[in-house]
Design a protein around this ligand. Sequence first.
Ligand SMILES: C[S@@+](CC[C@H](N)C(=O)[O-])C[C@H]1O[C@@H](n2cnc3c(N)ncnc32)[C@H](O)[C@@H]1O
Length: 229
Amino acid sequence: MFLSIDTRFIDGVGFDRFMNLQSATDVFSQWALIGKDEGMERGHAPSVKAMLELALPQVKNDFSAIDLGCGNGWVTRMLSELGASHSEGVDGALEMISKAKDIDSANLYSHGLLPEWKPNRRFDLVHTMEFLYYLEDPVKMISIIHDQWLESGGILVAGVDHYLEHEESLTWPEHVGVHMTTMSIAQWTDAMEKAGFTNIEIHQVAAKDDFPGTLVVLGRSSRVQDHTV
Ligand SMILES: C[S@@+](CC[C@H](N)C(=O)[O-])C[C@H]1O[C@@H](n2cnc3c(N)ncnc32)[C@H](O)[C@@H]1O
């Protein structure tokens, strides 16, 4: 049973402390240990399929890719099968990465906490599904992806199911017991614009019954090519 509290006078950080929230990466490490990553993979697959159908026609054939918050690595493996010349994944949950490495020794999986963890190369495609809102500052992460992770002209495709207009998702932080940053569709769009993305697309994919769909933001990096050798 949930404690009934008046949250009107508690700010975001105070609320998290008050609720004694766990870190998302600890929770998802537990999920990997009890096999809940596989249900999550099945649940997210229709949205990821739609996201890749939007993104892949916009990258070159032998694209390089990374999946942020990659969980057990299923999208990293899928991107490799779909023609990526280099595919890797990063996740802060140790047990997720350990599972990814057990399944697949061909692609690269890193255990790292974002936004601090940095890749050692740039990518033509950055994919991320159901990860960004676990961060305190998803807007900053979107800027970092644009400035530091993407090749010039590279594509970011990001999907989130927790957003302001998806009313049912607003109770998830309390139910799951982890911090989630709630942003509206306009705020996600604004974050892409402020980061410098061009050709921005906003979609709601895989909608079903009462589910308004995964909110997908997609954009092309406007970063000018660095010609230093
Ligand atoms: C909802 S799961 C999604 C996993 C995967 N993208 C999928 O669709 O199956 C969110 C993932 O983000 C990871 N995550 C959350 N916060 C993180 C952080 N600060 N740094 C790195 N990974 C994080 C979690 O460990 C978890 O595996």
